[in-house]
Design a binder for this molecule. Sequence first.
Ligand SMILES: [Fe+2]
Ligand SMILES: [Fe+2]
Length: 332
Amino acid sequence: MYTQGLAEPPARAGAPEPVVEDAEQLRRFEARIDAEEKIEPKDWMPAAYRRTLIRQISQHAHSEIVGMLPEGNWIGRAPSLQRKLILIAKVQDEGGHGAYLYSAAETLGVSRAELIDQLLAGTAKYSSIFNYPTRSWADIGAIGWLVDGAAIMNQIPLCRCSYGPYARAMTRVCKEESFHQRQGYDIMLKLANGTPAQKRMAQDALDRWWWPSLMMFGPPDTDSQHTALSVRWKIKRFTNDELRQKFIDFTVPQARYLGLEVPDPELRWDEQGRCHRFGEIDWSEFHAVLKGDGPCNRERMLARRDAHEAGRWVREAALAHAAKHRRAAAMA
Ligand SMILES: [Fe+2]
Ligand SMILES: [Fe+2]
């Protein structure tokens, strides 16, 4: 979801040849995976496992950092001091999630600076959901309830991911995500039980965020070429479609409790299948947003580049300070 099971682009001309792995090493590796052992940074792993993890963890880290922007936008306009404090804490948590995840990615032999350069150059992806605008206070409720709710659905199984550093980072992240989901639902509950205008605001937010939230789980399994290998190597435990279905089944009763209507005329409970059937997702919108044509893609990247530039002196000062201490320690 924050990674959306995005497929790697097809190999370009001049790209390195795919690595042919040693059969015995691969057999031992897969036996460890089957035995539910965790793979650690210094262990042997297939090049495709390393590459998939770097792509997935870094997309996830970028999503956390870019995800701070739509909500950060409302810190100054939160309706009470208490709501403001909660929102500041939540946005700060997302920054922390980004930091753990960049660290987890670094254990695979890639540097944080390199990953951030890819984000700022527009060559790395982040979750499509953060390219939608936050127009009203109810959007902050809808993000917590739906976006963080979808994040939990995806991330709980990642706590059992076969790669140790990722699994451990996710355990901590998930604890914080459940607080995020509850604070969002609490905002929705207040608005849905408020004045008619507040209830309309909550419904409008649900109308706008419902479909983009379903897209967060990534393309349908039939179009997600990496799913099978990721499931076999226990990077993923469920496919995109399985997670999307779980999310819908979990969330529809919550919408009903709020007295709000899910904006899908085809949504119905299937008694035999014991699940909700739902309408067609507009995948052309998903692909347009991923390509950079969503409502806020340009604004988000501009904000990140500005923040990176504004922080340059802090990074330089920190490096100079560390170098000074190293020199002092060497002379002592
Ligand atoms: Fe997060
Ligand atoms: Fe969150």
